[in-house]
Design a protein around this ligand. Sequence first.
Ligand code: NAD
Length: 288
Amino acid sequence: MAAEFQGRTAVITGGASGVGRCLCELFARQGMNVVMADVEATALDQSAAALREQGLEVTPVQADVTSPESMAALEQASRDAYGNVHILCNNAGVGIKEAQRRMWTLTPNDWDWGFGVNVMGVANGIRAFVPNMLAHGEAGHVVNTSSGNGGLVSLPSTPIYAATKAAVTSISEVLHYQLQMEGAALQAHVLFPGPHVVNTNILSSMRNRPEHLRDDDEPVAYTSMADLVKASGLGNMPLTEPEEVAQTCLDGIAAGQFWILPPSEANDAQLRARSEGILARRNPPLPG
Ligand SMILES: NC(=O)c1ccc[n+]([C@@H]2O[C@H](COP(=O)([O-])OP(=O)(O)OC[C@H]3O[C@@H](n4cnc5c(N)ncnc54)[C@H](O)[C@@H]3O)[C@@H](O)[C@H]2O)c1
């Protein structure tokens, strides 16, 4: 158990499932007080109960990252439960029903939902928490979950998702600069879960899509990782487990890394090719 984490307080959005749930468990195992925030009440209560049964100190708070009011209430509830907040993980995110869809066929509701959760969720988290995290003056961290898809290199198959994650990388870089300009004891980080597709519930993100942002149209391409693996035709398609992502994140925070990016030769090659293409003013080739 690292001394730097013992007795500190972390708030994790999207804490009921996948990467967020694993972050909650790992942080609590370091002796941290953990606020698990999620919009999905039943899953949140079940996940929190499972962690409490293991003797871990977690408090579930239902919160919708798309709502500034809900995030302000989450910040207040976190301080009421544990006092100063030291780590904020803006992790909640959704995949949109867009796999292989052309960008011009996606609806205003698709764009609103994707940007509402993946981008405004991060902005709302920063707005709600950073002022008090700066004011208390103790060391702290803001970790925004991006994705290699869009956050580093855009895939042609997921237009909205890639655009939202490009925004998350950009928001994180600017936050990193501005916290330094403030001379703050607070550090920004950007997390890229991977190096492979992570074995979570993200392909069933529609479970959390609000009624007013739904369209009466075609079903989503895949709703589970098992479907995706089957559709890929690669029975042995590599997956990363979310526990591994949580450990990479914790290690990255402890090491003070801004880019929490797991090593991967394949991903590095894509990033290098993109950067070299831009510097050569070359038109991007279709990814293989
Ligand atoms: N799974 C992957 O391969 C992968 C890869 C790169 C990045 N990511 C990112 O990792 C993060 C976590 O996703 P995951 O893969 O664990 O998926 P997941 O679906 O298992 O978990 C996401 C959580 O976010 C919650 N959520 C959704 N909308 C919300 C809202 N409006 N307010 C609060 N919570 C909300 C969900 O209820 C869920 O508990 C996301 O930002 C995702 O984009 C995932």
